[in-house]
Design a protein around this ligand. Structure first.
Ligand SMILES: O=C(O)CCC(=O)C(=O)O
Length: 231
């Protein structure tokens, strides 16, 4: 296993993807946007950004339509990603439930507060999340925060409940990094790594993809994650 990954619970791979890898996702998003705003010319068209900010129910409809889109599964099967995954876990599978987050500026409803993915995915100890932004993502764009090394003790209780969210308590006296990323960078992290969203206060929408992989031998929870494919 990659030594940085095993020590820190995450590894950032810079410039792993090409424009060609990502372009089909942008096209898929734009074609769904156009069903609601035909004049939109790009996924960051200011007219769409404003429309999305004013119409959260349309953003939810676009999100629902894109979840698990074939272009997302295809991205998760590109060798540049699966080669890294294979260096982290044995005989990996990719889960079919693939969210594409659409975080409009200043919207906090869907922010993921501090958590381990394991709490929500209810998977196994091998699982890896792959976080891919579709634009350069700085602190002000809502880059992810991670607590490096926080995976080492495995699953921890998420005992504070707020709405549909649950957070760990009493574990935050530890260094935290905001992982600023460029489009084409990919962050791989353990499902035990404690991490959090940050608010997007930029003028752009923050699009991001969350791919999830598991070692086939570790017992794959396919019902929650809508099936899986070997990669
Ligand atoms: O993109 C985000 O803000 C949160 C993503 C996340 O927490 C996750 O994929 O587990």
């Amino acid at each position: 296993m990659n030594s940085e990954y095993s020590a820190q619970g995450c590894v950032l791979s810079r410039s792993l993807l090409t424009i060609q890898d990502i372009a089909p996702i942008g096209s898929a998003i734009l074609s769904v946007i156009k069903e609601h705003l035909p004049e939109a010319t790009s996924i960051q068209d200011p007219k769409w950004v404003q429309f999305a900010s004013e119409n959260p129910e349309i953003v939810s409809a676009v999100y629902d339509k894109l979840q698990g889109h074939p272009a997302l599964l295809a991205l998760g099967q590109t060798p540049n990603i699966t080669n890294v995954i294979k260096s982290l876990i044995d005989a990996p599978v990719i889960y079919h439930k693939i969210p594409l987050r659409i975080d409009v500026p200043f919207e906090n409803k869907e922010l993921a507060f501090w958590h381990q993915d394991d709490f929500y995915v209810q998977g196994n100890q091998s699982e890896v999340t792959v976080w891919i932004p579709l634009q350069d993502t700085f602190a002000h764009t809502g880059a992810l925060s991670v607590m490096k090394g926080s995976h080492v003790n495995g699953a921890i209780p998420h005992s504070y409940k707020v709405g549909k969210k649950s957070l760990p308590v009493g574990v935050f006296d530890a260094p935290i990094n905001i992982v600023e990323m460029n489009k084409s960078d990919v962050l791989f992290f353990s499902s035990y790594l404690i991490h959090s969203s940050n608010l997007n206060i930029s003028e752009q929408i923050r699009y991001s993809i969350q791919l999830r992989y598991s070692a086939a031998s570790a017992g794959v929870q396919s019902s929650l994650m809508k099936g899986f494919t070997h990669v």
